[in-house]
Ligand binder design. Structure first.
Ligand SMILES: Nc1ncnc2c1ncn2[C@@H]1O[C@H](COP(=O)(O)OP(=O)(O)OP(=O)(O)O)[C@@H](O)[C@H]1O
Length: 300
């Protein structure tokens, strides 16, 4: 599948009720004001409550050594929808996200039980090819982490590792940079160092790098937490555009962000998935008291 090559579109004003009782940081207030000004994406318009699951996690338990961090988590990741993971610090959001492409394998002494089905394979199975898995399920981290190389080389990196021909690499670098809404800003300086880009541009470069190897799923671990409000808005717009072609799972501390960009939201507490629902339902009609307490700012 080719990454989309147009610029991100924004649609009409959101009707999603954004939680207001949780104290907002001034930066997220700025984002809301900016988003309202630009015409906010409305995930309720593209919610597909019947979308099939591209990944189906069943009864996952995860351990750091003797410490259990996830308890019996079952969660479907719906295809071409944005699933947000929210919850207080330390509740296991990032741990869960990293189980989806086995990034936790890189941490010594970790162990996982249960199953996560992805295209007929169990992600957790020891025999699963993790290199291939991570190509198909790409990841973007909290802090932009470009390589100390040129903009072009950053995006081309995975393709070179795959031994793709030079012509294909050149084309795919452009597609990926367009897909990440960065092309127009960098097309005249592809050989300049990626480290010279702004934080927001670096994060979009990291998204382009992930897109270059044609993943089906993108995992984003608080991708805006190091960015200013305007750069955050650009990433949010980008997410709403990318989801037309990719499945996205995003960890966020920011409930307003979950409301703005996601179709489904999972609420974690103390390593347990308390509730997963269409985002609008989770915020307006939470099924569990713990969820209601959290979204109304009673804890966390
Ligand atoms: N490398 C690690 N080794 C041991 N314990 C860890 C490690 N990483 C996370 N944990 C523990 O696992 C639990 C879940 O952490 P995790 O980072 O997944 O939570 P989180 O919800 O993403 O938190 P935050 O919102 O603060 O990023 C916490 O108790 C944390 O201390």
């Amino acid at each position: 599948m080719e990454p989309r090559i147009k610029n991100p579109q924004v649609t009409s004003q959101s009707q999603t009720k954004v939680p207001t009782t949780q104290p907002e940081s001034s930066s997220s207030q700025n984002v809301s004001a900016e988003a309202a000004h630009m015409g906010e994406f409305d995930p309720t318009k593209t919610l597909n409550a019947r979308a099939g699951s591209i990944i189906d996690v069943r009864n996952a338990n995860f351990f750091y050594g003797a410490k259990q961090a996830l308890y019996d988590v079952s969660l479907p990741v719906r295809e071409r929808q944005v699933t947000a993971l929210i919850g207080p610090s330390g509740c296991g959001k990032s741990t869960f996200l990293r189980t989806l492409n086995r990034m936790n394998d890189l941490i010594p002494g970790t162990r996982i039980e249960g199953e996560a089905l992805f295209d007929g394979i169990n992600i957790y199975d020891k025999k699963t090819d993790v290199v291939l898995l991570r190509q198909r399920i790409g990841m973007v981290f909290q802090r932009p982490n470009p390589f100390p190389k040129s903009i072009f080389e950053n995006v081309a990196y995975g393709l070179k590792v795959q031994g793709r021909p030079a012509k294909e690499i050149k084309e795919r670098v452009e597609y990926s940079l367009r897909g990440a809404a960065l092309w127009d800003e960098v097309k005249d300086r592809l050989n300049a160092s990626a480290l010279g880009l702004s934080g927001g541009q670096q994060q979009r470069l990291c998204i382009a790098r992930a897109l270059a190897v044609q993943p089906e799923v993108l995992l984003m671990d608080e991708p805006c937490s190091a960015l200013d409000p305007i750069a955050t808005l650009k990433i949010e717009e980008l997410i709403t555009d990318l989801v037309k072609d990719y499945t996205i799972v995003i960890v966020t501390h920011n409930m307003q962000q979950a409301s703005r960009v996601s179709h489904f939201t999972g609420f974690f507490l103390s390593g347990k998935l308390i509730e997963v629902s269409p985002t609008v339902d989770l915020f307006e009609r939470p099924r569990r008291k713990e969820t209601e307490d959290y979204i109304s700012g009673r804890f966390g």
